[in-house]
Ligand binder design. Structure first.
Ligand code: SF4
Ligand code: MG
Length: 290
C-alpha cells in the first residue's frame, strides 16, 4: 500500500523523500507483500529480489498469475515477501512441487527459488529431470556457497579449502558449478548474474521469465554473515566479466567453454526453443483421446 512519504517522519530530507516516491511509483512494490524480509542486513538476496521485482513489473505479470515455490534455507523465505501465490516446500523439493503447480495451472508464471544447498545438495537429484523435461519454470538458484540458515556449514558450492562451520580445517571436497551442470543437463535457458549488480541481473531475469521452457538462472550472492572470504562484495566487485556480445547463445559448446573458463562470466550462456513438459502432456493426451 503506497504511503505518502512526507508523513513517514519529520526527519526525512528531500532526497530520501524523492527516493521513496520513486520506489512507490516504480510499480515494484506491487509485487511485495506486507511482510518485511527477515534476511540479514547486506545479504545479497535483497539485490536478487530487486531484480526479480523489476522484471515482473516490466512484464506486467499479474499477481494472481504468479506462484513462487521455494525449498528450505534463507532463500526459502522468499514466498512470504512476494504478493502472489506461494508454497514453502520441504527441503530440496521445490522443483517437484513447482512442476505439479505448472502442470495443474499452466497459465501461472511459476518462479522457483532456493539456495545452493537446497538445489544442488538435498534437491540435486530433481534438477536434471526438471531440466530434461523442459518444464516451463524459472528457477533462480541463490548461490552463496554456504548453508546460511543453519549457520555456515559447507555447501555443494563451497570452494575446496574454505574454512566453514562444518570444516574448521578447510573443506576437502571439490565444489559443483551450477552453470556447468545446467549446461550439461541442457537447460533450455542458462544464465548467471550477480546479486551485487541488480541492474545487470534484472534483464537476465526478464529474459528468463519470458523464455518458454526451463529457465535456469544462477545468482551469485554474498552471505555477509557466514562467508567473509569467498563470495564477498569486495572480491566480486572487479571479477565480473560480461559474456561477449558475439557469443552465439545457440552454441552449447561455446557456452560450456565460457562456463569452464577462469573468468566469472555473467549473462545468457545458452538458450534454445524446444517443446515444454506441458506441450508433451498435451500431445500425449491428444494421442490417447484419438
Ligand atoms: Fe543472507 Fe547469509 Fe543472512 Fe542467510 S545468513 S540471510 S544468506 S546473509
Ligand atoms: Mg547457500
Amino acid at each position: 500500500m503506497a504511503q505518502d512519504p512526507t508523513t513517514l517522519g519529520g526527519t526525512l530530507n528531500a532526497e530520501i523523500v524523492a527516493d521513496i516516491s520513486a520506489v512507490q511509483q516504480s510499480g515494484l512494490l506491487d509485487y511485495r507483500s506486507e511482510e518485511l524480509p527477515t534476511w540479514c542486513p547486506g545479504c545479497g538476496y535483497y539485490g536478487i529480489t530487486q531484480a526479480l521485482m523489476q522484471a515482473l513489473a516490466d512484464l506486467h505479470i499479474e499477481n494472481r498469475n504468479l506462484a513462487v515455490v521455494s525449498g528450505i534455507g534463507c532463500a526459502g523465505r522468499m514466498p512470504f515477501f512476494v504478493n502472489g501465490y506461494g508454497f514453502h516446500a520441504i527441503h530440496g523439493r521445490a522443483l517437484p512441487v513447482a512442476q505439479g503447480v505448472k502442470i495443474a495451472k499452466p497459465e501461472l508464471t511459476v518462479l522457483v527459488v532456493g539456495g545452493d544447498g537446497d538445489g544442488l545438495g538435498i534437491g540435486g537429484g530433481h534438477l536434471p529431470h526438471a531440466v530434461r523435461r523442459n518444464v516451463d519454470l524459472t528457477y533462480v538458484l541463490f548461490d552463496n556457497g554456504i548453508y546460511g540458515l543453519t549457520k555456515g556449514q559447507s555447501s555443494p558450492t563451497t570452494p575446496t579449502g574454505q574454512v566453514t562451520g562444518s570444516h574448521p580445517y578447510g573443506n576437502p571436497d571439490r565444489p559443483l558449478d551450477a552453470v556447468t551442470l545446467g549446461l550439461a543437463y541442457r537447460a533450455s535457458f542458462m544464465a548467471r548474474g550477480y546479486a551485487g549488480k541488480p541492474h545487470e541481473l534484472y534483464p537476465i531475469m526478464k529474459q528468463a521469465l519470458e523464455h518458454r521452457g526451463f529457465s535456469f538462472v544462477v545468482a551469485i550472492t554474498p552471505c555477509v554473515t557466514f562467508d567473509k572470504v569467498n563470495i564477498t562484495y569486495d572480491r566480486l566487485r572487479e571479477s565480473w566479466v560480461p559474456i561477449p556480445d558475439d557469443h552465439d547463445t545457440s552454441d552449447l559448446g561455446a557456452a560450456m567453454r565460457l562456463a569452464l573458463s577462469d573468468k566469472l562470466y555473467y549473462g545468457v550462456f545458452f538458450r534454445e526453443d524446444r517443446p515444454t513438459f506441458n506441450d508433451n502432456v498435451e500431445d500425449t493426451s491428444g494421442k490417447a483421446r484419438e
